[in-house]
Design a protein around this ligand. Structure first.
Ligand code: CP3
Length: 343
């Protein structure tokens, strides 16, 4: 059967007059219905591990806006938890994890085969969604890329410059490399299980790729992405992969070709005009409206949205923000963006 979902067509390389659209963090705190369901679940992690409620929050932005894709509701830090790290969220501050700073910390982690014991509710969320989504809506699964996940596992929290991870890389490369290899292998198994459960596309979030420069970018952002994509393509040749090496700058050039990704997601630090010339030449791109427009709205939101659609209009494009929508965004502005795209 010919593919009819707009998102899948873009990923197959089709140029469309009206691009498909979805948003990172589209199920999130800017939506009153999300806040209500989260309150019902108790806390964020309880929501992630409750398949019925996680499916419900995944569907909320689809009902409200008719996005072309739904993204599984979960978090990139569930993989460290499945590998045995302690994980909790401090309200107003963000995630906290037990740290990996020595060979003995690393040796206490669980083997990859055991991750599904923790992650099986996530696969159940996907199975529920495959039966609940509108026929035209694609279902996206995801995981964090090894470097980004490692930065949280090493520091035990988000860090402005990923200093602790860079330090372990320099001071104990054997432990650092072993951790990267463990996360890489776990990510292959996790994404593969998501595809089996119904994910039609998977996305790899490398939120902190921008702090890797030169050879370190090749070794710890590009190479793990290539390895994960090759392993997934061997098992699931039909499933497209979106890679998001956030703030990669010039390293966005050639990233799709080098890793085998079907689409490269762009943050808003690069201009759409530059990316059309240097990145979209290799295939589909996703992005890249600055999330702040969802807070400020107005004519600037409309103008920027149209500018990005136009800049990418000569090739395959998936409209998205350059990063996740923030809790202070106005839900009305999301509709303004969609109207500017769909005319
Ligand atoms: O995009 C989506 O809607 C899918 C679900 C999703 C979430 N997190 C839900 C979430 C995805 C894809 C993520 C990815 C994620 N999580 C990343 C990579 C992408 C990025 O944003 O750069 C990272 C670094 C994390 C780790 C994480 N989880 C952080 C730093 C936080 C923020 C803490 C805070 O309070 O703002 C989270 C929490 C989180 N993940 C929320 C959501 C909707 C907010 C939780 C809440 O309801 O309080």
């Amino acid at each position: 059967m010919a593919e009819t979902k707009k998102l899948m067509r873009a990923l197959a390389g089709e140029t469309q007059a009206v691009p498909p659209v979805w948003m990172m963090r589209q199920a999130g705190r800017y939506l009153p219905e999300y806040r209500a369901t989260r309150a019902q679940a108790g806390d964020f992690l309880s929501l992630c591990y409750n398949p019925e409620l996680a499916a419900e929050v995944t569907l909320q932005p689809i009902r409200r806006y008719g996005f072309d894709a739904a993204i599984l509701f979960a978090d990139i830090l569930l993989v460290p938890q499945a590998l045995g790290a302690d994980l909790w969220f401090v309200t107003g501050e963000g995630p906290r994890l037990s740290t990996i700073t020595s060979p003995s910390d690393f040796n206490a982690l669980k083997p990859v085969e055991e991750i599904h014991e923790t992650l099986s509710p996530i696969y159940e969320t996907l199975r529920i969604l495959t039966g609940a989504l509108p026929a035209e809506t694609a279902l996206i699964g995801f995981a964090g890329a090894p470097w980004t996940v490692a930065t949280y596992m090493i520091a035990g929290r988000g860090t402005p410059d990923q200093g602790p991870a860079h330090r372990l890389m320099a001071e104990d490369p054997a432990t650092f490399d072993a951790l990267m290899a463990r996360i890489t292998a776990a990510t292959v198994e996790y994404l593969s299980a998501q595809i089996v459960a119904g994910a039609e596309v998977v996305k790899l979030f490398d939120s902190w790729a921008g702090s890797l420069k030169g050879d370190a970018f090749t070794r710890y952002a590009l190479e793990p992405a290539r390895e994960i994509i090759a392993a997934l393509k061997a098992r699931h040749p039909e499933t497209p992969v979106i890679a998001f090496p956030r703030e990669a700058g010039e390293n966005y050039i050639g990233f799709a070709r080098a890793t085998g990704a079907d689409c490269v997601a762009l943050d808003n630090s690069v201009s759409a005009e530059w990316a059309a010339e240097h990145v979209q030449v290799d295939g589909c791109v996703q992005g890249n409206l600055a999330p702040n427009h969802m807070v400020t709205g107005g004519q600037a939101l409309i103008d920027e949205t149209r500018r990005i659609v136009k800049a990418f209009s000569n090739g395959p494009h998936i409209f998205n923000l350059g990063h996740g929508i923030t809790p202070d965004a106005n839900p009305d502005n999301v509709q303004v963006m969609i109207d500017a795209i769909r005319g």
